[in-house]
Design a protein around this ligand. Sequence first.
Ligand code: ARG
Ligand code: ZN
Length: 895
Amino acid sequence: MREAAASAIRREDYAAPAFWIRTVELTFDLDPAKTIVASKLAIERNPQAAPGQALVLHGEDLTLLRCLADGESVSFRHEEGLLVIDHPPEKDAFTLEIRNTCAPEKNTQLSGLYTSTGGLFTQCEAEGFRRITYFLDRPDVMAVFSVTLRADKAKYPVLLSNGNLVEQGSLDNGRHFAKWHDPFPKPSYLFALVAADLVCREQKIVSRSGKEHLLQVYVRRGDLDKTEHAMASLIASVAWDEARFGLPLDLDRFMIVAVSDFNMGAMENKGLNVFNTKYVLASPATATDGDFAGIESVVGHEYFHNWTGNRITCRDWFQLSLKEGLTVYRDQEFSMDMAGSPSARAVKRIDDVRGLRAVQFPEDAGPMAHPVRPDRYQEINNFYTATVYEKGAEVVRMMATLVGREGFRRGMDLYFERHDGQAVTCDDFAQAIADANPGSALAVNLAQFKHWYAQAGTPRLTARGSHDVTTRRFTLTLTQSALPSPGQPDKQPCVMPVVMGLISTDGRALPLRLAGEEAAHGTERTLVLTQPEESFVFEDIDDAPVPSLLRGFSAPVVLDSGLYDGALITLLRHDHDAFNRWEAGQRLALNRLLAALPGTGELPALDDAYIDAMRAVLRDPALDPAFKELVLTPPGEGYVAEQCAEVDPQRIHRLREEMRQQLAARLHADWLWAWEAHQVREGYRPDAVQSGKRALANLALTMLVLDAVAKGDPVWPGRAYQRVKDAGQMTDRHAALKALIDGHSPLAQGALAHFHGVAAGDDLVLDKWFAAQAQAAEPLDGGGVVLGRVKALLKHPDFSMKNPNRLRSLVGSFCRENPAAFHRADAAGYVFWADRVLELDAINPQIAARIARAMDRWRVLAEPYRSAAREALARVAGSAKLSDDVREIVSKALE
Ligand code: ARG
Ligand code: ZN
């Protein structure tokens, strides 16, 4: 931890390294208190770099024992986080031998080599390798690694590293060793080792080319029965990448290891993915449908990194989206293909867009706003963001839309043909996709398209239509604009693919003939907006149509369609695009909430037109239950807040709760029907069909409980309580628990106690128990109870500040996912936030910085929240000892 204010690292300062490292031989004498690392590096001068430069290695929290160049001692000096060898041998190539120690058991940051439940694990992305040994810890330095691990055999029976196992055997004193060799040159951030007492599920597979591979999933003893889904997801991932992108598994052996203390979701180390247990372990009794889906997508994500990230990696960390945006796009497509039906694909797309809007849009409007390819950072770990990941995926998706599915595949092929084995930039990727598709809208507008990489902020797209009965023309005028963001006062117009159609008021998809065209080209097309304003004229349109724009959310923008209720209801009923049907329903709800927000009274009674439209969706036999659940769920409080110039979290919560209450009461008979009609009677499968039915039935239960509690009727709360007790699987048990808590039923306490009992110490189930309480809906009368509960839970024997999952489930959920409980007039939520951030910063700065971001949007808060939030931020910023991680977040917030 550095105490001085960190200065920014800038993209424009990139320079190739003065030296390359071609091979690395690492020997570890593993011990939790003191691990000895011997490293032998084959170093070559970079002939392109200026001569006479010092060899500057990164190193953090290490003790150096020895440093030899070509077998001779060499003089060195330490600088902040660096080992400087001013006069390395004056040769083109030489060997550097280093011996150092590190202390895994003191490593509470969980970056580098650390201990977790008796085992030793590593996390090296982004800059953790320098916490293991001295190295050129930057992604453009790629080396072939040979690794020898030595450790106590009884405590660490399993010794793993990247690549192939070359040799293993016994040593004296109850120790043993294993030697691994990874034939693929890789940057240090992809290094991994594991030494632990683990068991594994394994499976041999034969790839399309006839090659055999061994797949393994390593977990703690007792968890083997929860690895079936992860293994199935891995097998599916291997098959999918071969089928869809022609990318085979390039290793004989591919391993996944689950660890319970992990800062992020998972890590794509070459051949040895290390995962948060949350994204590996699942059984119907312990995991929800959402958890099963999360495992499938993260297993896919890390596996797909093997090509997009590992075979082709990033030149520098500013290019992080090169691998993350692309790999998120790939995992989203994988999950859609796995979901199957067009409607299940749409449900996945809606989920992804909901996530983007809930997290990335606020990020892009706040103090941490940054381009998909950032220009500067203080702490790279703060840039593993929704912008780099999810907006980055949208940028890739737009490219795919602009060049078409086959065109995108051609582009990917060219990308690998050109860059396999290299460390490259986002420009290289975009260039490959464009070059493979000459004449495409992407290729023609490439320079302009790349504004998506360079500009922060969410563009706004405004659409207005006008119909002329006499000329039978419909003119659609699209306007784009973007607000300034930090360091970017003026924005250039973007290239926006707008997938669209026109619907007649009676629901027909109209043939689309643009002015100047001979004939109509189908009923859906992609308009490519490149100017600040453009008009598109459609011919042969008899009556004013309803435009359905931005289908499938074809660009990551805020759309102002200017449509009124009647048109929105037409879209909700008839649009051919499921995404836009959902969007129309959300807009109807949003408009009602926004209209009531400025006042102080209750939400006015919802109009019949809206209620009837909701009922029609709920009862429509042609629609999927999963889709209905999405339509019937009003927009989240965070999303509503983003629509306001000044945010009153309490008011938003009240109105949204009243909306749910009205939907519960007015659709009572329909919820009864929905509950009855969507019970799953066959054995549990986490697939799209079953999980959709459960989602809708559980929404119905939530509404029935909500309505019953309001009316003092004990029947539905009683049923929900019974479900918590008897449910055969976690999805239903968890949903029933949440229904009782968020419905403020007196039975919630008993249900929680029961839930804690059946958790029987299972960490992931306990995380849900904590999270359900931290996310509990604040009661409208009086309120303020959730924080008291959360504070009490900090002292619960099952709570620990040191385990990131547990911390996220209690502190993270409260500060970041429960606005009405967090933003209190008495500022107690902010005091709690500041205390936790400071406390945590001394343990794990990465996680502290994530929690710190709960205050990102403080400037748009109404008083008294805004002043109180500023005060809390200033208190944290004024702390003498702050990590670079937290300092960057709070200082940007206060800028
Ligand atoms: N590359 C990993 C993934 O997206 C994330 C690792 C990030 N780790 C970190 N400490 N910032 O799959
Ligand atoms: Zn990733």
